[in-house]
Structures are given as C-alpha cells and as structure tokens.
Write a protein that binds this ligand. Sequence first.
Ligand SMILES: [Zn+2]
Length: 233
Amino acid sequence: MTPVNIILLGPPGVGKSTQAALLSKRYPLVTLSTGNILRAEVAAGTPLGLEAQAAIDSGGLVGDEVMIALVRSRMATLPAECGYILDGFPRTTAQATGLDRMLRELHRPLTAVLQPLLEREEVVRRMSSRRECRTCNAPVTVKPEAPCPACPACGGALFQRPDDTPAVILKRVAVYEEQTAPLAAYYQRAGLLAPVDARGQPADVAARLITAIELQRLQRRAEPVRRQRALGL
Ligand SMILES: [Zn+2]
C-alpha cells in the first residue's frame, strides 16, 4: 500500500493535533511538526539546529531554506512504507514550492492537503477552554460547567496561556487566515486541496478526513490512466 502523505492546513484551535493522532491510528504515518523538529535539532546542537537558534536569538524568523532542510532531514529517516502528516508547515507559497521540490527528490508525493473548516467563533471557543498543567505540562481542555478543574493526569493546578484569551485568539486566527489563503489557492490549483467540515466530535471529523483521503487516493491512482487516455494511448 502506498503511504498516505498529508498536509493539515488549518488555524490553531481547529483540532489538528487531535486529528493527527486519530489518523495515525488508521494509517502508518508520523506527524512532522516543525516546532518539534526545530526544538529537537536545537537541543541536539546539529548544524541546522545551531543555524536556526542563531536566527531565533537575533530576533528573526527561521528562514525557509532552513525550515525545509529541517523537514527534509527528519523525513529522510522515515521508512519507505511510512507516511507523514505535516502540521504547521508550509505557511507560505514560497515554502510550498520549496517543499514540492524536496518531496519530488525524496519520492514522497502528497496524497492530500486536508483543510479542516470551522467558524471563527467556534475556534475561539475551543481555544479559550485550553489550559495547561503547572506540574506536568499536560494540555487540558476545561468544560464551562467545571470552572476550577485539576489536571486529570497528576491533580496539579491548571493555568491559561496569556496568548489564549479570546481577543488574542481572534487576532491570531485572522492573521492565520490572511497568511494561508494563498496557500489554499496554491493547493487547490494542484488538485490536492480537500476542505473538510471540522464541526462535531473528533471521531466524526476523523471519519470525514479519512473519506477525503481515500477520494484523493482514488483520484491519484486514476491520473496516469486519464493522462494516457488524453494522449490517445
Ligand atoms: Zn498534571
């Protein structure tokens, strides 16, 4: 079976990490989060990690070339039968074209670019209910009916990140939408974009994502045949 290679294109709070975890139960794949790769490389003190650290220390952003090299170094270690989910990358069309080149070289073509869609109000609502444990750092979602819950893992006190307030979240979502609209158009043109309704229970959303993936796989499989027919072969 050909591996399933996915980009999850959605704003913070749309449930990408939950969905990535559910999809990895259905398909042999790993989540490649640029944040995690970056932290691991910096901690290991690799040349790429040092370069990225220097950019961060000087108050700048890690450049596209370095980000792509980071993803590449991690992706190159995956077994051939293992697919991937890219979360948080690419963010711009410049990164997307760089990624395309890299994926061609590594022979790991995209299966689909999944775009979980949710109203802004719902994104804000979900993100406003996020807390973190002071003791074990576990992420916890609090329910409105339980205003002062403790960490289910260790009983520790919870806190809300200062950037998880409704006003800041709304701003982040707006910035995200503005930044990534060209990216969605880019993958739409490539025939890879699959918008998916992200409302409701995580298991239902996962089922919709899996349907979208399977549809894209069928299309990918039919492509060479269509091309041959078009050529009159
Ligand atoms: Zn805890």
